[in-house]
Design a protein around this ligand. Structure first.
Ligand SMILES: *Cc1c(COP(=O)(O)O)cnc(C)c1O
Length: 375
C-alpha cells in the first residue's frame, strides 16, 4: 500500500493530467513564457470566481501581501496590525516596507485574529504615540475566513485599511461572499501545498478599485509607466509565469469539487474524532475551505505524545505553527515577552494538522482516526 500523504498532489495530478500536460505543452510550443494569454485568462476567471472586479497575478503569496502595502505607501513610522499566530510572511512584508508589525492575539476558538485584541493593540499604539496606525492584515487561517464583519467595523472606526491574507483562505466564505473578497485588498498564494496551488511559486491580489488595480500592475513590473522602459516608481519583478497560469487553469476548474471533498472529509474527521478531540470550530454563517485540518491537544506534552504516536503509525502530521511571530528572534527588538499574547502562544504549543486534501479517501481518514484513537 502507498504511504499516506499529508497533501497528495500526485492524486490530483493523476486526475487532471491530460489538461495540465496539454497546458504546459501549449506554453512551451508558443514560447510565450512571460505574460502569455493564459495569465490574463486566469486573472479574469479568478476575479469572477471570488467576486472581485480586478485580479493581479503575482510571483508569490508574499508578493501579494507586499505590493498592496507598497501601493498604500506604508513605511517607516507606520503600524500594521497582524496576528501573532500565522505564517511569517504576514508580518515580514510589513517590516520589508519599513513599517512596524504590531502583533495581536488569536481567538481561541477559530484561531483567527481576535477583534478584541486588535482593538486593545490599536488603543495601546495610539496611547504610546510612537507609531501611526495604518492597516490591518487579517489571515484566513487553515481555510476559515477571519471575522471580517467585526474587523471592518473596527478599521472603519479608526480609519485603517483592512487587508485579507487569503493565502490559506481560497475556498472559504462568509455567507455568500467568498474568501479573497474581503478588505480593500486580498492576497492569496498558489504555493503547491495551498488549497489552490501551482507547480512552483505564485500568488494573486484582488481589489475592486480601478486606480489601485492600475498601480498594482505598475508595481508588478518595476514601477512601469505608460510602457515597459518608462519607470515612474520603484516596483518589483513579481509576475506569475505563463506556465504556472496554464497549470492553475485546470486546477481552478476542478476547485469546487475538491473544495466540497475537503469539506466532506472534515465532517467525517469530526464525526470520528469529536468525542476525543476538540475539532475545528467554524463560526456560524462562515465556511472553511479546510486547506488544513487542525486539532488541538491539551498541552505541549500531550501534543508531543500524539505526534510521536502518529509518526510510529506512519501517519504524517504537521505543526503549523510552533512559534508565534512576536517571539521570533528577528522581532526581539520589538520587546515582546512570553505571556504577552497567551492564546497565540498556547496554540503554538498545542495545535497539529492531519492529512487533508481534495482526494483523500474514506479509508485514509479511517486510518488516521484509528491511529489517533489508539494512542
Ligand atoms: C503561504 C502563506 C503566505 C506566503 O505565501 P508564499 O506563496 O509562500 O509567498 C502568506 N501568508 C500565509 C498565511 C501563508 O500561509
Amino acid at each position: 500500500m502507498q504511504k499516506l500523504a499529508f497533501n497528495d498532489l500526485g492524486a490530483q495530478y493523476r486526475q487532471l493530467k491530460e489538461e495540465i500536460d496539454a497546458g504546459i505543452a501549449g506554453v512551451i510550443e508558443s514560447s510565450h513564457f512571460i505574460s502569455g494569454p493564459q495569465v490574463e485568462q486566469l486573472e479574469q476567471e479568478l476575479a469572477a470566481y471570488v467576486g472581485r472586479k480586478y485580479c493581479v497575478s503575482v510571483g508569490s503569496g508574499t508578493d501579494a501581501l507586499l505590493m498592496p502595502l507598497m501601493a498604500e505607501k506604508i513605511g517607516s513610522g507606520d503600524a500594521v496590525f497582524v496576528p501573532a499566530f500565522t505564517f511569517f510572511a504576514t508580518a515580514e512584508v510589513v517590516s520589508l516596507c519599513g513599517a512596524t508589525p504590531v502583533f495581536c492575539d488569536s481567538d481561541p476558538d477559530t484561531f483567527n485574529l481576535s477583534p478584541e485584541s486588535l482593538e486593545t493593540q490599536i488603543e495601546k499604539t495610539l496611547a504610546a504615540g510612537k507609531l501611526k496606525p495604518k492597516a490591518v492584515i487579517a489571515v484566513d487561517l487553515f481555510g476559515q475566513p477571519a471575522d471580517f464583519p467585526a474587523l471592518q467595523k473596527i478599521c472603519d472606526r479608526y480609519g485603517l485599511i483592512l487587508m485579507e491574507d487569503a493565502a490559506q483562505g481560497f475556498g472559504g466564505a462568509i455567507g455568500e461572499k467568498k474568501a479573497c473578497s474581503f478588505g480593500k485588498y486580498a492576497g492569496t498564494s498558489f504555493f503547491p501545498a495551498k488549497a489552490l496551488g501551482c507547480y512552483g511559486d505564485g500568488g494573486a491580489i484582488f481589489t475592486d478599485d480601478e486606480q489601485d488595480y492600475r498601480l498594482l500592475l505598475s508595481l508588478r513590473v518595476h514601477g512601469k509607466g505608460s510602457f515597459k522602459y518608462e519607470n515612474v516608481r520603484l516596483g518589483l519583478n513579481a509576475r506569475l509565469d505563463t506556465l504556472q497560469a496554464a497549470i492553475l487553469l485546470p486546477k481552478l476548474h476542478a476547485f469546487d469539487e475538491e473544495n466540497a471533498h475537503r469539506r466532506r472529509a472534515a465532517a467525517r474527521y469530526a464525526e470520528l474524532l469529536g468525542d476525543r478531540f476538540r475539532v475545528p470550530v467554524v463560526k456560524e454563517g462562515f465556511s472553511s475551505g479546510f486547506g488544513y485540518y487542525t486539532l488541538k491537544a491539551e498541552n505541549l506534552k500531550e501534543r508531543t505524545k500524539i505526534l510521536d504516536g502518529l509518526k510510529a503509525a506512519g501517519i504524517p502530521a504537521m505543526v503549523y505553527y510552533p512559534k508565534p511571530l512576536h517571539l521570533q528572534k528577528v522581532y526581539e527588538p520589538l520587546g515582546y515577552r512570553p505571556g504577552d499574547l497567551p492564546n497565540a502562544e498556547h496554540l503554538c504549543d498545542t495545535v497539529f494538522s492531519l492529512p487533508m486534501h481534495g482526494y483523500i479517501t474514506e479509508e485514509e481518514i479511517a486510518m488516521v482516526c484509528t491511529a489517533l484513537k489508539n494512542l
